[in-house]
Each structure stands twice: as structure tokens, then as C-alpha cells.
Design a protein around this ligand. Structure first.
Ligand code: DGT
Ligand code: CA
Ligand code: CA
Ligand code: ZN
Length: 578
């Protein structure tokens, strides 16, 4: 379920937006933005803290703590309600368009009375926006692009939000009397980057008790449909959940059917037809006799079709049926194969937790090695200096000795900024002191295809750049990926021994599954990283691994499954061999 921390974080983010939109002071908006981030990333549940405990959260002062207490007690914050009442919700929705932002949203509302995304699109098509101060044809184009992106994301939700909810539903239903099996299926089981609705499946002789427990879940806001075999609900966040209850001996066929994808199911059903069989959610049947052949487990269903069990992330009809028939399915990388995290932050830059806490949490995950990669100085707001970086290195070395063999080893790195020309923050003498460097694009996203391609290729050619962080910089549903010649970029990674990151943050999942497949054809290596800015983000690793699986990656493709010795050899890159 969504943690109270996430609810409070969303509320303060909204409050910050409202302050900006209503012309409040910029620093006040920033205060709430910072508090939102800090609370979202805080390890303890805010609903269990008193005002004093709350002020121990970084960036949370007395007045913010009071608002949290008010929210936990009453479900609302009067200061937020006051600002909400001042503007239509449509204006706030406008701020979700990346090219617009709160200031411009207010301008279009006040000057043109626009309060919805559709009205805004109409105004652009009628060229009514370009005459406003601060707008022009280029702004119009960017806004249209942003609108298209928002619409394509539709009402789909982030993978982690859906996962938390689904795991809670499954846990509750599994405890209902008579429930023999329960699991989630659909796009969530396949690990897609966004989820339309959650499909939960349960096996029981009688469906009544399960359906009742399902509709009585505390976060149900609407029962969309109620039935003997299927019930659908909607939750507070607008996310819908379907529950289907099947007899225990149909479990395998039903799980196979409701896991999908639709395209994959069409293929399996055709395979059945060619063998005189019929495959449905009820089982695999012999067409002539009408008798059920198998259906208790997925393995049986696939085996009877002449296939090995196909891991759900592959079930998209992207060659998995052919590979399965030939016995050539890849052995996918799994979360337990990951032995380290190579891109993480601390409160030295924009992380929320101190080094010691991040390291302790990483050790608890059982990692063999862990890299600290705070931002370089070119991301100006981070105020990094050589001295601060070197001081951190000293502490990392000390901690490494303390954890040391046979425990977790620490690597000291940095996340460099790839500037518009493809250069990075420090000269090579300084870079040589790091165990590894991640390099990422954090600005100048719209340089144009040629310049961006050259920029990334040049970063790859830097012997100190080991990993390209969040390679396309897309934000799911919010910002499109860089317009880059991917073939040229991926070929450069392969040629230079630069790994591509699969950033596991559910807002990014960058590279995406399609891009991983593409890069894989060039023979590149990958690093699945959390890019954690707080302790709880370390657990996002699972979403990165799921994306890697959808990209058909094996353990050998992913450098943070390797031994430290093999990893260190890879990290030496073109720096002259020892
Ligand atoms: P979503 O919810 O949009 O993220 O994507 P899915 O894949 O979860 O799709 P959903 O919820 O509509 O259906 C769940 C699964 O049920 C789907 O992956 C395959 C199966 N399914 C649903 N409708 C059909 C259909 O018309 N034909 C076939 N073969 N399978 C279907
Ligand atoms: Ca679904
Ligand atoms: Ca569904
Ligand atoms: Zn980062």
C-alpha cells in the first residue's frame, strides 16, 4: 500500500506547486518541495511520529511538522485547502506538462481563462498562445509535445505504486479461509514499466469469502462490478484491481491466460489449435473428446504445447515462442544475482541519508560491493568541491576497512555531468583517483540529434567514464528521451567498454526494455543501478532487474553480477593496463 510518507510527500509537492501558481514566494515553494522529497525518502513511517520526531527529518521544521500532524489526524491540511480553493484543479494539472511549469500555467489561466489540457491544446492550434509574454511558436511546440506524452501515459500508474498495492491485496487474500493460491498476473507480473490495472488471481473451491474480503479492503473507493468469478474495484488513487477466483485445478491455465500479454496468448492458443487442442483460461482441452488435458500448473500447460516454461517478462511475442520451441530461451538475470549497486548518492550532494546509513543499508542487502557516486561540481546546486570529494573518499576508505573482507567492499566514485560538448567535470588527473565514474546528461536536453550523439559518444570515449547513467534521461510520462542516434551511441559503448545503465528508479527505468534489446544487439554490457538518494530507494533494484529481464539479459550481460575482480578489470577500461 502507499506509505503515509508518499501521501504526505505528494501533498507537499502539490502545496509547493500551489504556492508557485498563486504567486507565492519562490523560496517558500522550495522549502515545501525539499520537505516533500525528504519525507518521501524517510525510512520511518510519518504516521507513527510525533511533532518532535518529525522535526528530526531533514528539511522538516516546526510548521511543516504541524502540517503533517494535522494531515495524519484529519486527512487534510487547511493551508493546502485554502490555496486549492483559489484555483481550479485544471490549472494544477496543467503544471504537469513539462514545458509549461507553474508560472506559465498561471499566465494561460489568467490571460486566456484556460483550465484544462484540452483547452490548452485548442488554444495552441488556434495560435492564441504565441502572443503571450514569454511564449512563442517554439514554446507551443514543446507544450504540444508534453501533452502528447501525458496522454500516452494515460491513466497508467507507476510500477512501484502498483506493486505495493498488489502485494498488499495478495497478502490479505492469501489469509482468507479457503484460499489455496493467490498471485498477481497481467502486466504487473510481466514487469511492464507502467500498469493499466492490476489483475489478481486466486484459487479456491468457493469464491464468496474471497470476493467479500476483496471488496472490504480499506482502500476500496468503488466496487465497479461484483460477481461469482470476477470482481473489480477502484482504489483511492484511481487504480483498478480485478480479482478472478478459479477452481484449484484450473490454476495453471488461468494464470497463464491472465498473465498475458494478449499477443503472447494468441501465439500459445494457435500452437494449441495446431495440435488439436483448445487453450482457454479454464484449461487445455482435447478438441475431439472435449476432455481436459492439463491445467493445474503453468509448467504443464507450456510443456503440453511443446514449450519450456516462459518467464513472464518475456511474454510479449518478441521472439520468445520461437526461442522456446528451439530450446534457446535465455537464462535471465535475477535479483539475487545482483551483488552490488554502482550508482548511489549520499547527503554530501542531493541524497537524504549520510554515507554511513547508506552503507549500512547496502550491507544489510548482502551486497559484495557498493559504490558511492555523488554529483560532480558541474551540477552547480550541489556545491561540490575537490576538497569535499576527497574528504568523502577518506571516509569511504575507512568504512571499507571497517566492513572490509570478507564483508562488503566499498568503491568510491562520482556521477559526472556530460556537458554540451561531451566533456565531464574534472581533469583526468583528478578522475584517475576514482574507482569508477558514472556519467550522465543533466541539462541541455534539446541540442538536436547530431550534437547529442556526438556528446554521448565523446563521453564513452573518455577512459574514466565507466557507465552512462540514465542514458536517455526520459522520465516516464513526463519527459521524452534524448533524440540520439542510438545505433551510433550503443556501438560506441560496445567499442569502448562503457556500460549502459538500467536506472531502476520507477520514474525512469532508463534504458527501457526496447532499448536494452537494441543495445544488446551491439554487444554492450549493462549496470542495473538504484541511483538511490535515500535508504529506501535501494530496494528499487527489483524494478531495474525486471526491466533487464524484459530486455532478455543474462547474468553475464550485467556487470554488477560479476565478482569484484572481474568488475575491476572492466573498470580499468582504456586507462592503460596494470
Ligand atoms: P494493462 O492492464 O493495460 O497494464 O495490461 P494487461 O496485460 O494486464 O492487460 P489486461 O488487464 O487488459 O488483461 C490481463 C491479461 O488478460 C492480458 O495480459 C491477457 C489476458 N487477456 C485479456 N483480454 C484478452 C483477450 O481478449 N484475448 C486474450 N488472448 N487474452 C486476453
Ligand atoms: Ca492489467
Ligand atoms: Ca485487467
Ligand atoms: Zn544519480
Amino acid at each position: 500500500m502507499a506509505r503515509p510518507n508518499d501521501e504526505v510527500a505528494a501533498l507537499f509537492q502539490e502545496y509547493a506547486d500551489l504556492i508557485s501558481i498563486t504567486g507565492g514566494e519562490a523560496f517558500r515553494a522550495r522549502v515545501y518541495e525539499k520537505a516533500a522529497r525528504a519525507i518521501g525518502g524517510y525510512h520511518a513511517d510519518v504516521s507513527t511520529l510525533d511533532a518532535k520526531g518529525l522535526t528530526e527529518i531533514p528539511n522538516v521544521g516546526k510548521s511543516i511538522a504541524e502540517k503533517v500532524v494535522e494531515y495524519i489526524g484529519t486527512g487534510r491540511v487547511s493551508a493546502v485547502e485554502e490555496l486549492r480553493a483559489k484555483i481550479p484543479a485544471g490549472v494544477r494539472r496543467l503544471t504537469a506538462i513539462p514545458a509549461l511549469g507553474p508560472k506559465k500555467a498561471l499566465v494561460v489561466y489568467e490571460e486566456l481563462g484556460i483550465s484544462s489540457i484540452d483547452e490548452l491544446a485548442d488554444a495552441i492550434h488556434e495560435e492564441r498562445l504565441r502572443d503571450l509574454k514569454g511564449f512563442g511558436p517554439r514554446t507551443e511546440e514543446n507544450i504540444l509535445h508534453g501533452i502528447a506524452l501525458l496522454k500516452s501515459a494515460g491513466d497508467r500508474v507507476r510500477l512501484d505504486v502498483a506493486t505495493d498495492l498488489a502485494e498488499d491485496v495478495v497478502a490479505v487474500l492469501s489469509g482468507v479461509r479457503g484460499c489455496r493460491r493467490c498471485a498477481y498476473a497481467g502486466s504487473l507480473r510481466r514487469g511492464r514499466e507502467t500498469i493499466g490495472d492490476i489483475d489478481v488471481l486466486a484459487a479456491a473451491e468457493k469464491s464468496g469469502p474471497l470476493m467479500r474480503a476483496f471488496t472490504e479492503l480499506p482502500y476500496v473507493t468503488e466496487v465497479i462490478a461484483r460477481g461469482e468469478t470476477k470482481t473489480s474495484i477502484r482504489t483511492g488513487k484511481g487504480l483498478a484491481v480485478d480479482l478472478r477466483v478459479v477452481p484449484p485445478d484450473s490454476w495453471g491455465a488461468a494464470l497463464q491466460y491472465f498473465t498475458g500479454s494478449k499477443a503472447h496468448n494468441i501465439r500459445t492458443r494457435n500452437l494449441a489449435v495446431h495440435q488439436g487442442l483448445k487453450l482457454s483460461e479454464y484449461g487445455l482441452f482435447d478438441v475431439e473428446s472435449g476432455e481436459k488435458v492439463v491445467s493445474e500448473t503453468e509448467e504443464e500447460v507450456y510443456a503440453r504445447l511443446g514449450l519450456p516454461w516462459i518467464p513472464p517478462p518475456l511474454r510479449e511475442d518478441r521472439g520468445e515462442i520461437e526461442a522456446g520451441l528451439r530450446g534457446e530461451l535465455p537464462e535471465l538475470v535475477e535479483e539475487r544475482d545482483i551483488v552490488g549497486d554502482l550508482h548511489t548518492h549520499t547527503d554530501l550532494t542531493d541524497g537524504l541519508a549520510p554515507l554511513e546509513e547508506m552503507v549500512a543499508a547496502a550491507a544489510e542487502r548482502g551486497y559484495a560491493y557498493y559504490a558511492i557516486t555523488d554529483h560532480g561540481p558541474n551540477l552547480y546546486m550541489q556545491q561540490m568541491t575537490d576538497e569535499r570529494m576527497l574528504a568523502q573518499r577518506e571516509r569511504v576508505r575507512e568504512l571499507d576497512r571497517a566492513h572490509g573482507k570478507p564483508g562488503m567492499r566499498l568503491l568510491h566514485g562520482a556521477e559526472l555531468n556530460i556537458d554540451p560538448d561531451g566533456a565531464v567535470d574534472w581533469p583526468k588527473e583528478f578522475l584517475a583517483g576514482f574507482d569508477l565514474c558514472v556519467a550522465s546528461v543533466h541539462s541541455h536536453f534539446n541540442q538536436g540529434r547530431k550534437a547529442l550523439t556526438r556528446r554521448l559518444v565523446r563521453a564513452c570515449e573518455n577512459p574514466y567514464v565507466n557507465i552512462i547513467g540514465h542514458p536517455t534521461t526520459r522520465l516516464i510520462g513526463k519527459r521524452p528521451g534524448l533524440d540520439v542516434d542510438l545505433d551510433e551511441f550503443f556501438a560506441a559503448c560496445a567499442r569502448t567498454g562503457t556500460a549502459l545503465e538500467i536506472n531502476a528508479h520507477p520514474d525512469r527505468l532508463d534504458l527501457s526494455d526496447e532499448h536494452i534489446l537494441w543495445a544488446g544487439r551491439h554487444g554492450t554490457k549493462f549496470a542495473v543501478d538504484s541511483d538511490a538518494h535515500s535508504v529506501i530507494h535501494l530496494a528499487n533494484m527489483r524494478y531495474g532487474v525486471g526491466t533487464a529481464q524484459r530486455g532478455r539479459l543474462t547474468k553475464d550481460d550485467v556487470i554488477n553480477t560479476w565478482s569484484l575482480t572481474r568488475l575491476r578489470r572492466f573498470l580499468r577500461k582504456g586507462r592503460g593496463t596494470v
